[in-house]
Write a protein that binds this ligand. Structure first.
Ligand code: ZN
Length: 453
């Protein structure tokens, strides 16, 4: 008998049927929705051959694994961004390191807490005691697993931490997020960058994976009006500060994180091998939803509705003009001047599409005024660091005054792009009398040289 397992999606009442079979491949029989659309099975690898060393970027050699059409060199050359380094992010990162994916960006602003330790393979007690950052620690630990890979931790949030230029260099983005707002933003960023992203979500006994590929499927297209309304309200309602993003988090377990993280990475590995995919070696979950239910075990795959042409998220930011003299450290007045000269236009307005810039907040009843001068995504943190502000927020709430666009009338033109919330190596949208243009902050590319060379 072989040492593999064959998972048949049996009748619901029988749950998952797992039995030993010949060979060491893993086969999942298609759900009824998939029937007639599956690709030919992956050829099974002969047993008894040695696994290559993890460093084994073996000149395009095939990995000696059950998934034999995956190539070590391709995996080593691949660039994958993981957004969120919680329970799910830990599993995803561990798997990427084991596979030998050579260039990994990990993004998370949060610090490690004791409660994370029961479901996060990469975190230790001392990390929680030291209040260490999730992205930084996760990056260190996967380097220990596989020292040959390059890992860049970004200790920032999604709005201000990662420039669109970096997204554009990735082969695939993996979302390990725990809230709707961040998923909507990540979906928009990936569509602007023309990149596929793999969303994972976990609960206590269940989880799901979806693959969103521009032109095929879109996270926002599949939201209800209520869910979308909540995000649009946040975008359009500039005055009242909302601090709610982490509310309503659900219980998760290491088991659901393992299962869903594994499926996400398997999808990522297939996307990295898109040439093989085009030849029918396998198919992906693009445009589909994979749902695992563990209490009454079942695995189902559903198709998404087709893209809605009226969806707000569908905007690819191409072409982007590369500007070697522009950086997130450039002052705003200089950036506007450079752009005007480049386009030969009279007016140029930088549109802050992810994050407004907040210069004042005032308490709603007592009218006390504060000047955070920060991107909107950092305001909750700003409030949480002062007892006076925390008390006022709880009792009265705040109004805010903010900017969505920056032109020559902006009062803080001596701020840098970074100070108003634009990340390094971003692509900025600029409105002019000749239309809308996109500019890449190409000077920042050197910050990521080792990763994207
Ligand atoms: Zn859409």
């Amino acid at each position: 008998m072989g040492n593999g397992i064959d998972i048949n999606n049996g009748e619901r009442s029988h749950g998952l049927l797992i039995r030993a079979s010949e060979g060491n491949g893993i086969q999942t029989s298609p759900s009824p929705l998939q029937k007639g659309t599956t690709s030919p099975p992956t050829p099974l690898q002969k047993r008894g051959e040695n696994y290559p060393p993890l460093e084994g970027a073996g000149g395009g050699k095939t990995l000696n694994s059950p998934l034999s059409c995956f190539k070590a060199q391709k995996l080593y050359d691949a660039k994958v961004m993981v957004v969120g380094a919680g329970a799910l992010g830990n599993e995803v990162l561990k798997n990427l390191a084991l596979f030998g994916v050579g260039h990994i960006v990990v993004v998370d602003f949060d610090t490690i807490e004791r409660s994370n330790l029961t479901r996060s393979i990469l975190f230790r007690t001392e990390d929680a005691d030291n209040k260490a950052n999730k992205a930084v620690v996760a990056a260190q630990r996967i380097k220990e697993i596989n020292p040959s890979i390059h890992v860049l931790p970004i200790r920032e949030n999604l709005e201000t931490g990662v420039g669109l230029g970096l997204y554009r260099k990735m082969d695939v983005i993996i979302g390990c997020l725990d809230n709707l707002q961040s998923r909507i933003l990540l979906n928009r960023l990936c569509i602007r960058a023309g990149k596929t992203w793999i969303d994972g979500g976990i609960g206590e006994f269940e989880g799901q994976v979806s693959v969103y590929q521009p032109g095929i499927s879109c996270y926002e297209c599949n939201l209800t009006e209520d869910e979308k309304g909540d995000f649009d309200k946040r975008i359009s309602c500039a005055n009242v500060i909302r601090i709610n993003e982490s509310a309503g988090r659900v219980a998760t377990t290491p088991v659901s994180a393992s299962i869903i993280g594994a499926v996400q990475v398997q999808e990522a590995i297939k996307i990295i091998h898109k040439d093989e995919m085009e030849h029918g070696a396998f198919s992906t979950l693009a445009g589909k939803l994979f749902v695992y239910e563990g209490m009454f075990p079942s695995v189902e795959i559903y198709h998404f509705a087709t893209d809605n042409p009226a969806c707000n998220a569908h905007e690819d930011w191409f072409p982007a003009i590369e500007m070697p003299e522009l950086s997130a450290d450039t002052k705003l007045h200089q950036a506007i001047k450079l752009i005007k000269n480049h386009l030969n236009v009279e007016s140029a307005e930088i549109n802050l599409r992810n994050n407004r810039f907040v210069d004042h907040i005032s308490s709603r009843l007592s009218n006390k005024d504060f000047s955070p001068l920060l991107p909107e995504s950092k305001i909750a943190d700003y409030i949480s660091h002062s007892k006076e502000l925390r008390d006022l927020q709880a009792e009265e709430g705040f109004y805010q005054h903010s900017f969505e666009n920056i032109d020559v009338t902006f009062p803080y033109l001596f701020f840098t792009l970074k100070q108003v919330g634009i990340p390094y190596y971003d692509v900025i949208q600029v409105s002019t009398e000749k239309g809308i243009f996109y500019f890449e902050l190409s000077k920042d590319k050197k910050l990521y040289e080792r990763l994207i060379a």
